[in-house]
Write a protein that binds this ligand. Structure first.
Ligand code: FMN
Length: 309
């Protein structure tokens, strides 16, 4: 009975995909999902967004790749991955055995790269949808980031959208002056949802050696330190678009997740918290349910976009 109550409180439909709860594991922090089988109950996750896949394997950046900061973490993994074909052949068969929604994060350095990855993945069974990581430089356009130019973003989404019937989520970068034009560009080009935020471009320095702390120099900041900025960006984006918004950035508790829903997100993702507690998305869903029960709410939808501002 308790279980059924929880299911009805937490259950949502995201872009036509039924999810047990609105808490997903964020890309790049949960590997290909199956590595976490022994440390988390994957069947209890709202969903898994697997690490970013490219058309060819990528070895990633030189070490060190992680640096812990006050309330957060810098990473420069460099999008290391085994490539879309190897994912389909070696990881997906094991991953699709689990009763959770699998979203695949896709990236590239030109429109054709994204298109090719989607073509490879779209023949495979067991994928609920795609999340486009657009925080990459377009090497054919002088290195301008897809995520920082509405026209470039729009062209990319328009090219990719017709290649699949599966839901397409566009993951926005926080490294912009205003998020609204980018959120709107994604929506008008055919995105089914947007997710935000990706990491903040950052720099950690060792004053003694005068060298960056990370092998690649710059890194991306994530974790609790970014939560207030992420909340503001989610609020701004959600006000600008009609499509669902998936919020993330520093979530580590059920109340944090509730804050993102209040800001306008329909679902959330959990990233850096997985580094200290790999079962945190499951725990956070349970805590969100406790919060809702105490607030006498019947479904998470009642929280979405309810900020009194
Ligand atoms: C080690 C690491 C690797 C990541 N890799 C990806 C990736 O492959 N694709 C992507 O879209 N985001 C990636 N991200 C960004 C996260 O999915 C998330 O957007 C960000 O960390 C903010 O959420 P958090 O504060 O909960 O971690 C990565 C983050 C970390 C920490």
């Amino acid at each position: 009975m308790l279980c059924l109550e929880r299911m009805s409180r937490l259950g949502i439909t995201l872009c036509g995909i039924p999810l047990k709860n609105p808490v997903l594991a964020a890309s790049g922090t949960y590997g290909y999902g199956i590595e976490f089988e022994s440390v988390a109950d994957l069947n209890s996750l709202g969903g898994i967004v697997v690490k970013g896949l490219s058309r060819e394997p990528i070895r990633g950046n030189p070490p060190p790749r992680l640096w812990q900061t006050e309330g957060g973490m810098l990473n420069s993994v460099g999008l290391q991955n085994i490539g879309a074909r190897a994912f389909v052949a070696e990881k997906l068969p094991a991953l699709r055995r689990f009763d959770t929604a699998v979203f695949v994060n896709v990236f590239g350095y030109a429109q054709e790269d994204y298109a090719e990855v989607i073509r490879i993945l779209d023949d495979a069974e067991g994928i609920a949808g795609y999340e486009l990581n657009v925080s990459c430089p377009n090497t054919k356009c002088g290195g301008i980031y897809f995520s920082s130019d509405p026209a470039l973003l729009s062209d990319l989404v328009k090219q990719v959208r017709p290649l699949s019937k599966r839901p397409l989520i566009v993951k926005l970068s926080p490294n912009v002056t205003r998020i609204e034009p980018l959120a709107l560009a994604a929506q008008e080009a055919g995105a089914d949802a947007i997710s935000l935020v990706n990491t903040f471009v950052s720099l950690a320095i060792d004053a003694h050696s005068r060298a960056p702390r990370l092998g690649a120099g710059f890194g991306g900041l994530s974790g609790p330190a970014i939560k207030p900025i992420a909340l503001r960006l989610v609020y701004d984006a959600a006000k600008a678009v009609r499509i669902p918004v998936i919020g993330l950035g520093g979530i580590r508790s059920g109340v944090d997740a509730a804050e993102f829903l209040v800001a306008g997100a329909s679902a959330v993702q959990v990233g850096t918290a997985n580094f200290w507690d790999p079962s945190s998305p499951v725990r956070i869903a349970r805590e969100l349910d406790d919060f809702m029960r105490k607030e006498k709410l019947k479904n998470v939808k009642e929280l979405v976009g309810t900020l009194k501002l």
